[in-house]
Structure formats: C-alpha cells, structure tokens
Ligand binder design. Structure first.
Ligand code: PLP
Length: 484
C-alpha cells in the first residue's frame, strides 16, 4: 500500500460518491434490472492484470449504478431507513483504513475500550437503565446486524437454562414471539437447536395496535408448562417491522421474570427514536429485560453495518460464547475473565470483527445528541404530515395509527369488498414503484394488504413527501378510472 497512491485513489472514490449523491434523484429508486442482465455484460473470467482505478470507477458508473436500488434516494421509503451521513461515511473510512480487529483486548486495547464507552454513551442517550451499562454492571457490544445479536442472546438464554436442566432439556425449551416479531427470532431459535414445534407465534390484533398483550403471552406460557415444556425466551419489539407496533416492555418483563424466561427487547428501528425523551415511555420497565438491541445503521446517521446489543449480565453471554484457543491466550495479561479486560470475541459468533466504535464516535461527536434528535424529529414530522394528508382524502384509510416515522395505509374506494381492495392496493403499490419516483413495500395485517411508507432517508425533505403523496393520489385516481 503506497500512501500517495492511496490518497489519490481514495479521493477519486470520494468524488465519485459525492457525484452519486448529487445525481441520485435522476435514477429510478427501485432497480429495474432484469435477472442475469449484469452477468451478460461482465467477462466470465476474473482479470489477470490490474487496471487503473479511473477505469474501474467508470465501469461502476456505467454498469452498476443505474441498476441499483437506491437506498440513499430521498424517495426511498421501503423496509426501514438505512441512514448514510457524512460523519457515518468518514467513520467507515476510518474503520476500513485503520483496519484493526478488536477481537481480544490485547489485539486492540483502545478499540475495545472505545466500543465500551460508545455502548455506555448510546445506552444513556436512549434512557437505558444503569444495569445495561458497563458503569452499572452490564455492558454492550457492536454486532453487524440484529440477526447476529439475537442468536447470541438465544445461545446465552439456552445455556443459562441448561445449567438447571439435563442436555435433553433443549427439546423442551420454548421461544415466544408475536406475529409481528422479526423473522430473525424464528431463524435464531432454529439455529440454536430449539425444536421448530417449540417456536410460538402469538397473535396480535388491531385492538392492541398489534402489540403483544401480557394475557396472551401468559396463556401460551401456562399451556406449555402444563405440557411439561420449559418457557425459555420471549421477544418484545419496540417498533415492529411491519407496522411499528410497540409491545408492553415493562409488563412483559415482569412476566418473563416470573417464569424465569429471558426477555429480549428488539428496538432495531425505533431504538434510535428513544434518544428523544418524548419516545422513552416506549421502554418503560426495560430494566426487567435481559437484553436490548438497536441498529444505528437504520436511523442513527450511521452507515451500514452496526447493531448495538446490551445485556444486563455479560458473564452469562460470555460463558456461552467463550472459547479461547492457545493462539489467543494473552500471556502478557492473563485471561480476560481474571483481569476484567473485555475480549469481544466472547460477545459474538465470529472472531474477526470491525472497528465499528470509531464510526459511532465520529457520528456522535459530529452531530451530537441534538443533531441526532433533530434527524429523528424531522422524519417524524414528515410522517405526521403524510398521515394527515391521507386522512383528508376519503379514498384512503390509515390502517394502524402512525408510529415513529412509519405510515401504514391503503386505498379504499367506497363500495369495494376486502378482496378487491387488496388487489387494488397491490396494483397501486406496483404502479407507484414502477414509476421510479418512489419505492415502498407492503405488509399484511389482519389478512389485509397494507402499503408501508417508512420515512428516514437522510436526504429526504418535505418536498419529497409532498411529491410522493401527490404521486400516490395520481396513481390511485388512474386505477380508479381504469375500473369505471
Ligand atoms: N428487528 C426489526 C424490528 C427490524 O425491523 C429488522 C430489520 O428491519 C431486524 C430486526 C433485522 O435487522 P438486521 O437486518 O440488522 O438483522
């Protein structure tokens, strides 16, 4: 690596990305690429000789960029946001450029320490109680995704329960989630050996805004105990993927403690909003949970990838995940367990890990809590506007009260039955997305096809929201006319 060449080529890449952001609105938001279209253009064989960076960037522009789905477009409203920001990008440059791997304390002492400080900083901003902070006996770790974090908590819960059961006890363990919980819990339960028949999906309903109720969980748990099964793990979500529902964290915490279950609080998306005091009532009672996770790569101005996981008992997590081969034995300090130093390899699945803490440090210092809160509130205000605009047009209904910056709605011309309304909404979503001017996805609640508008791209401004509402109205009118 030649530092001079590094500076020149990296600048070219930065200029390239700056140009991309300048032009981003010119591209259709959702990719129109056909399967196999890129393979047809690229050589079947890998290059034998290296090429100058300029030519490579030109090919990225010609072959790749036009066919991408543009997650950073201001008109990207699908899934949940994937915030990019200048500070998040600079943080990624530092992470990639320094390229250190904080898997053990000795491998990267200060990267490890910075991660611990960041976990305490963000936990405090979100209003997490001291029991989740290193300063209060708990602690946190940065993963790449919620899915990895959840698997680690399931392993910890399983092994904690195995301390009081025989090994066959695993066949009796039951994991509880709601019909709105993220699919990662089902996948995770499968990966850690919970029998698929022991994964309970508890129904939610409009009456409770699609959140879990304590009674429904208690009934499921009691029925399992009566069958001789062992309640192991309960997932509560603050901001479900489909509709942004919020489960009653504190009440579920009491229930989980009563039955000796691990409670995980998945705040992948809405966790970022908790830095605004007005949203912190969503996690009241979270001190009764065993673990909490949130994704800064969604709505915290932090480029991918980054997931924060906090636990109240680091020892339970690390005793489930710690394996130390001889080559990782630190002969200068002795084992981490004895010295109190953190070996983050024992808090995750992989050994190699990225220096994500530097990215969060840059983001937090560059924007401060004030800037991060302003980013959340600006999107929430846009979502409120969109919800009100829908309510003012009697052809639309808002299916679930807006939560955070997610609006769930459907087109509902008078006189149509539910089945036809579903078909109309599928058509509406398809034509809106095919226009290239916006990209949204759908969910199904109560067997109804519902369109989701998830606001949160960093470049989204109020004008994009107004244009998107007009686009939805215009396409709904066209669909309505087609039918007349
Ligand atoms: N949990 C919730 C509530 C989510 O909305 C998502 C993704 O959107 C996830 C978990 C999965 O997160 P990740 O992709 O980081 O694994």
């Amino acid at each position: 690596l030649d530092p001079e060449e590094f500076a020149v080529e990296s600048r070219a890449a930065v200029d390239f990305i700056a140009g991309y952001y300048r032009d981003i609105e010119k591209y259709p938001v959702r990719s129109e690429a056909e399967p196999g279209s890129l393979r047809r253009l690229l050589s079947d064989e890998p290059p034998e000789n290296g090429e100058p960076i300029d030519g490579i960037l030109a090919d990225v522009q010609q072959y790749i960029v036009p066919g991408l789905t543009h997650f950073q477009s201001p008109n990207f409203f699908a899934y949940y946001p994937f915030n990019a920001s200048t500070a998040g990008f600079v943080g990624e440059i530092l992470c990639a450029g320094l390229n250190v791997a904080p898997f053990t304390w000795v491998a990267s002492p200060l990267a490890t320490e910075l991660e611990g400080v960041m976990m305490d900083w963000i936990g405090k901003l979100m209003g997490l109680p001291d029991c989740f902070l290193f300063s209060g006996g708990g602690g946190g770790v940065l993963h790449g995704s919620t899915c990895e974090a959840v698997i680690c908590t399931l392993v910890a819960a399983r092994d904690r329960a195995l301390n009081r059961l025989t090994h066959e006890g695993i066949l009796k363990m039951v994991v509880y989630a709601s019909d709105q919980s993220h699919s990662t819990f089902q996948k995770g339960a499968k990966l850690v050996g919970i029998p698929p028949s022991n994964f309970r999906v508890i129904q939610t309903s409009a009456a409770f805004s699609y959140g879990l109720t304590v009674d429904s969980v208690r009934n499921a748990v009691e029925a399992d105990i009566a069958r001789g099964l062992v309640p192991l793990y309960l997932c509560a979500t603050v901001g479900t993927t489909g509709v942004g529902a919020v489960d009653p964290v504190g009440e579920l915490g009491e229930l989980a403690q009563h039955y000796g279950m691990w409670l995980h609080v998945d705040a992948a998306y809405a966790g970022s909003a908790l830095i605004c005091p007005e949203f912190q009532d969503c996690i009241q009672g979270v001190g009764l949970a065993d673990s909490v996770s949130m994704n800064p790569h969604k709505w915290f101005l932090t480029n991918m990838d980054c997931c924060c996981l906090w636990v109240t008992s680091p020892a339970v997590l690390t005793s489930a995940l710690s394996i130390t081969p001889e080559y990782l034995n630190d002969i200068s300090h002795g084992s981490a367990a004895k010295t109190g130093m953190i070996d983050y390899k024992d808090w995750q699945i992989a050994l190699t890990r990225r220096f994500r803490a530097i990215k969060l440090w840059v983001v937090l210092r560059r924007y401060g809590a004030v800037g991060l809160r302003a980013n959340i509130r600006r999107h929430v205000e846009m979502a409120k506007w969109f919800e009100l605009a829908l309510k003012a047009d009697d052809r639309f209904e808002v299916i679930v009260p807006r939560r955070f910056s997610l609006v769930c709605f459907r087109f509902r011309p008078r006189y149509e039955g539910d089945h036809t309304v579903d078909a109309l909404n599928r058509k509406l979503l398809n034509v809106v997305n095919a226009s290239g001017k916006a990209f949204m996805i759908h969910t199904i609640v109560d067997n109804k096809f519902v369109i989701r508008l998830a606001i949160g791209a960093t470049m989204t401004e109020m004008r994009h929201i107004r244009d998107t509402f007009e686009l939805v109205q215009e396409k709904a009118t066209e669909i309505g006319q087609d039918r007349d």
